[in-house]
Design a protein around this ligand. Structure first.
Ligand SMILES: NC(=O)c1ccc[n+]([C@@H]2O[C@H](COP(=O)([O-])OP(=O)(O)OC[C@H]3O[C@@H](n4cnc5c(N)ncnc54)[C@H](O)[C@@H]3O)[C@@H](O)[C@H]2O)c1
Length: 284
């Protein structure tokens, strides 16, 4: 993969674009409008600067990464990519539209179209294209430049060749550890993680314990790097809700149903770190 596209430059898209550019791959990033594009570019730039400041990236490596990044609002700039990954907001209708567009604009008939979705079945997105055997899930973790894991999710129609190429891409140039998941809600990690986060929100909602005590309990008692409520703030309450909804829809088990507090906070725009307020305040 020498030229790739990343669609959506929020929390995840920015991280994926950065990691690929640092690996010497030509990356074209697509955003939906100029404001979002500028915000995405700033996000990547800040992360590169942070990595430089902390000594994780030399000045030369950082300039090389910058040279490998292009930003655009036009999907047609992805015409010549060999691989495109979608990391737009977790809304099915938006993602379906993005996949239809990618299928139309990406010219290489062997190009792979991947999604970073946390909750939408890969097969649904694959069926929006004329190349379902080349559509695959590639689920990165936040922050992408730091966390080494990628879940690779093949749908019922993904070809073994596509899966092999993506495994090679992730573990080779991107230097990620790959685990394989079936095309089931939550994949491997969120199927385990989300019920735990929902339990913590229910504990808070019922007055069982304070947010600080819940998080301190898991950090100091179980050596987790973050407590469950701080982690929900990091993931984003909207994303957590979307994954919980998809898990509940798929398995219909009561412990997977999102607690009302999570829904109400999401409706109120209290989305965690990205909005400045979630279970904790991040306002400067
Ligand atoms: N946040 C996490 O921890 C996490 C982890 C793994 C996977 N994911 C998944 O990654 C995806 C992105 O999540 P995020 O947290 O980066 O969200 P985000 O809200 O930070 O970013 C989404 C970006 O997509 C852009 N966008 C929306 N519609 C678009 C379109 N039609 N064309 C181009 N750009 C468009 C938005 O402007 C925004 O910048 C979601 O599918 C989410 O489920 C998130």
């Amino acid at each position: 993969m020498e030229r790739i596209g990343v669609v959506g430059c929020g929390l995840m898209g920015a991280g994926i674009a950065e990691v690929a550019a640092r690996a010497g791959i030509e990356v074209t990033v697509i955003e939906q409008n100029t404001d979002a594009l500028n915000a995405g570019r700033d996000r990547v730039e800040k992360s590169l600067t942070r990595a430089q400041a902390s000594g994780k990236l030399s000045d030369q490596e950082a300039s090389l990464a910058r040279e490998h990044l292009r930003f655009s609002e036009k999907f047609r700039d992805l015409a010549d990519v060999q691989f495109a990954i979608e990391a737009v907001s977790e809304r099915e209708s938006v993602k379906l539209e993005v996949f239809k567009t990618l299928d139309a604009v990406v010219q290489d008939p062997s190009a792979i179209l991947a999604t970073n979705t946390s909750s939408i079945p890969i097969i649904k997105l694959a069926m929006a294209t004329r190349r379902p055997e080349q559509v695959i899930g590639m689920h990165f973790f936040n922050p992408v430049p730091v966390l080494k894991l990628v879940e690779v999710i093949s749908s019922l129609l993904t070809s073994p060749e596509t899966t092999a190429r993506v495994n090679e891409f992730a573990s080779g140039p991107l230097q990620k550890k790959v685990i394989t998941s079936p095309d089931r809600a939550g994949f491997v990690v969120n199927a385990l993680l989300i019920p735990y986060l929902l339990s913590a929100i229910r504990m808070l909602e019922s007055g069982f314990a304070s947010a600080e005590d819940i998080d301190t309990g898991m950090v100091m008692g179980c050596a987790h790097p973050l407590g469950p409520l701080a982690l929900t703030d990091l993931i984003g309450l909207d994303t957590t809700l979307a994954v919980a909804d998809s898990l509940y829809e798929e398995f219909k088990e009561p412990h997977l149903a999102p607690p009302p507090l999570l829904s109400r906070m999401t409706q109120a725009g209290l989305l965690g770190r990205k909005s400045g307020q979630g279970f904790y305040s991040y306002k400067k």
